[in-house]
Design a protein around this ligand. Structure first.
Ligand code: G4P
Length: 527
């Protein structure tokens, strides 16, 4: 690539911050997203994203916003400028249940903002999500939300983060006033107290006032003294923001606030710019970093078909890893060596699409008509590269799909193949009995619901999902499969990519085999 293009890739990459917000449903992810847009100046008034009735109708409102403000929004990635930077906020599915989709999004971001409801702390269903971030060493910024109303003590929440996730919380800001009577925050790094004034339902930016410690002591009295004491205690135990351990995913800068009243929102946005990492060179499957200023490369982290009934097509969402993406360029798929013309590159939101002409490392582009693209595929412009596959979770739940309408076998098969390829569930087949019912495997029950729903609605092949009697799965090989077949309670199946797996009806049987017959290949599934 020309040196000017290489230079612009480097420059633009350094301005990018690509992140996701993760939270338990109702902790405030949508509200915080709106407030980010408000503070970034992308919308004039928050609440534009919420339906008047109180329930969200984000789709239509966002589409309208997109048209009015020219900001690029997709249901997959939201892009907005802030302080001469470009923030890419990738959407994680807002389900209670963990699913593989979420994991793939986490593989495509450089940092996450973890939002906790201060009254609730870490809720069991989302613990796994947070643990995944921790195990992947993703830098995590924590936002203790809803501090405007009575909740738990901030110190207690810090303990919980440390003990449950193993992430060392390092408060960047600390509340002045208790939850329920929240006055503002001290920035522990600068000692500046920012006092906020509420606006009606937080519809506009909260007026902020920087207050000196002397005045704060006079005006806030015991609330101030307490905040200073607690902050001193945090100093004493060394709980101060530490950038290297944050970047290594070991400690997490904590911000206290209220997305509803906008208290502390700006601090989090600033932290994304000041602390979160810019895209860095991605390592290929030989562990060689692909320089950001190399020619364009990208990988597919999500594939979605039939996003809208009126466009029955397939979109592959790619994250740009190096170089400059220019719409119309022809990229090569490293898995198939086949060219892919990027004539239809867009951001997508609901039924609306906006053409993307240029994109840089960290950006997300939706490639339309992506018939041959699979999750994990690498695309490159000139110099060949293959990125490692997106790590997968070992399935934990298993089911059988029984077609309800035997006249729809063709539709059923087509849907099964399509949804398997999209990664909605993993479809396992018996290699020796091609006609037998496949077993569906997933990390969360929700994936089965989505699968059944899409089969019925998009493929007109309604099914009943029945539970399957398996507790564990391991990958294996032909030699071990031969032995395993002779043992009861184990079934040998094959994934569509040819990987052979063993399904165990009992965890105990698996545990015994690992001890008694260590020569057998029984590896945890990571790919
Ligand atoms: P989610 O995307 O994580 O599911 O959460 P969402 O932002 O939709 O917020 C869930 C509820 O919590 C909403 O109330 C929202 O207004 C409220 N909320 C979010 N942030 C704060 C905060 O900082 N303080 C307080 N007190 N409440 C907050 P709702 O009643 O479901 O909807 P609405 O009628 O308020 O729109």
């Amino acid at each position: 690539m020309s040196s000017t293009t290489g230079h612009s890739a480097l420059h633009e990459a350094s301005r990018r911050r690509t992140f996701a917000i993760i939270s338990h449903p109702d902790a405030g992810k949508t509200t915080l997203t709106e407030k980010f847009l408000l503070y970034a100046g992308a919308v004039g008034e928050a609440g534009a994203v919420k339906a008047r009735s109180g329930r969200r109708s984000a789709t239509s409102d966002w589409m309208e916003m997109e048209q009015k403000r020219g900001i690029s929004i997709t249901s997959t990635a939201l892009q907005f400028p802030y302080r001469d930077h470009v923030l890419n906020l990738l959407d994680t599915p807002g389900h209670r249940d963990f699913s593989e989709d979420t994991y793939r999004v986490l593989a495509a971001v450089d940092a996450v903002v973890m939002v906790l409801d201060s009254a609730k702390g870490i809720e069991p269903q989302t613990l796994k999500l947070f643990e995944v971030c921790r195990s992947r060493n993703l830098p995590v910024i924590t936002f203790l939300n809803k501090f405007d109303r009575p909740g738990r003590e901030a110190l207690e929440l810090l303990d919980e983060i440390e003990s449950k996730i193993g992430l060392r919380p390092t408060p960047a800001t600390w509340p002045v006033g208790i939850s329920g009577d929240f006055r503002g925050v001290i920035d522990r790094r600068t000692r500046i107290f920012t006092r906020f004034t509420r606006t009606a339902r937080g519809g506009s930016i909260a007026p902020e006032e920087e207050v000196t410690p002397d005045r704060a002591a006079q005006e806030e009295g015991p609330s101030w003294d307490r905040a200073v004491d607690e902050s001193g205690l945090l100093d004493a135990i060394g709980a101060s923001v530490d950038v290297p351990s944050f970047l290594a995913g070991e400690s997490s800068p904590v911000f206290v606030g209220s997305a509803l009243t906008n208290f502390g929102v700006r601090h989090v946005l600033d932290a994304l710019v000041d602390l979160a990492p810019a895209p860095s060179p991605r390592r290929d499957s030989n562990d060689v970093p692909r320089p950001l200023d190399a020619d364009c490369s990208a990988y597919v982290f999500k594939v979605q078909a039939n996003m809208d009934r009126s466009h029955r097509d397939r979109i592959a969402f790619v994250r740009i890893c190096s170089g400059v993406f220019e719409r119309g360029m022809v990229l090569t798929n490293s898995r198939t060596d086949r060219p892919f013309a990027t004539k239809y590159a867009s951001t997508v939101f609901g039924a609306e699409r906006t053409t993307v002409d240029l994109a840089y490392p960290g950006d997300v582009v939706g490639l339309v008509n992506a018939t041959d693209l699979h999750i994990g595929d690498t695309l490159y412009a000139d110099t060949p590269v293959t990125f490692p596959p997106i790590p997968r979770f070992s399935p934990e739940v298993f089911a059988l799909a029984r077609p309800l309408d035997t006249g729809k076998v063709k539709q059923f098969r087509k849907g099964l193949a399509q949804l398997d390829e999209e990664g909605v569930v993993q479809v396992l087949r018996d290699p020796d009995a091609a006609e037998s019912s496949p077993v569906l495997a997933a990390v969360g029950q929700l994936q089965f619901d989505v699968f059944a729903d899409r089969l019925a609605n998009e493929f007109n092949a309604p099914i009943e999902v029945l539970s399957a009697p398996y507790e564990s799965i391991r990958s294996t090989d032909a030699a071990s499969a031969h032995r395993l077949r002779s043992i009861g309670g184990i079934r040998i199946m094959e994934r569509s990519d040819g990987v052979m797996v063993a399904l165990f009806e009992s965890q105990y049987r698996l545990a015994r085999l690992l001890v008694d017959e260590p020569e057998l290949t029984l590896s945890p599934i990571t790919n």
